[in-house]
Design a protein around this ligand. Structure first.
Ligand SMILES: [Zn+2]
Length: 180
């Protein structure tokens, strides 16, 4: 890419002196506002309809050498269409939804790797460690069940986890009421 600096010139290739069209055009100055703008009578643009050539902004741009369908750069470069507005309907911060989605996707794939893939790749030693760990966990659960059985009130069909809770229950109104 060459780095030539664009020379300032009239894009029409004409001198400003023999300008064809109009009377000297300037922005209205010292104009007092007379009231509210009647929006029904105002010409409005949209993404589909361009500014009319009677528009002040349009005429100012043309005065400065802009041509319809070209960008605003000195050589007509730049984007032609306005930036589309995407109305935000939620109350999330900008970029938050995308961030959440990214996080969810990455954590889901990570979990998959943890469970199934790791077991496939583990060595026999690692597998033994994992299996004994699981067995111990199971034994603990079984033991806990046995211990808890002592805190079970058959009369009321209620399971307690602590001896203090069980004792309290045995002395409670509910328990004695059932007994009678
Ligand atoms: Zn009881």
């Amino acid at each position: 890419m060459t780095s030539t600096v664009p020379t300032k010139r009239h894009p029409n290739g004409q001198d400003d002196d023999n300008d064809d069209d109009d009377e000297e055009f300037t922005l209205p100055r010292n104009v007092e506002p007379k009231g509210y703008v009647d929006l029904d009578k105002v010409q409005q643009t949209s993404m589909e309809s361009h500014l009319p050539s009677s528009n002040i902004g349009y005429r100012l741009l043309q005065k400065m050498g802009w041509k319809e369908g070209k960008g605003l750069g000195t050589l007509g470069q730049g984007r032609v269409d306005p930036i589309r507005i995407d109305l935000k309907q939620d109350s999330l911060g900008i970029g938050k939804a995308g961030q959440d989605q990214e996080y969810n996707e990455s954590s889901a794939s990570k979990r998959k790797a943890l469970d199934s893939e790791k077991q496939l790749e583990e060595t026999t030693e690692e597998r033994q460690v994992r299996e004994t760990k699981a067995m111990k966990q199971q034994e603990i659960q079984q033991e806990l069940k046995e211990v808890k059985r002592a805190f079970y009130c058959e009369l009321c069909d209620k399971q307690y986890n602590k001896v203090s809770e069980y004792d309290q229950h045995l002395q409670s109104y509910d328990h004695h009421h059932k007994k009678i």
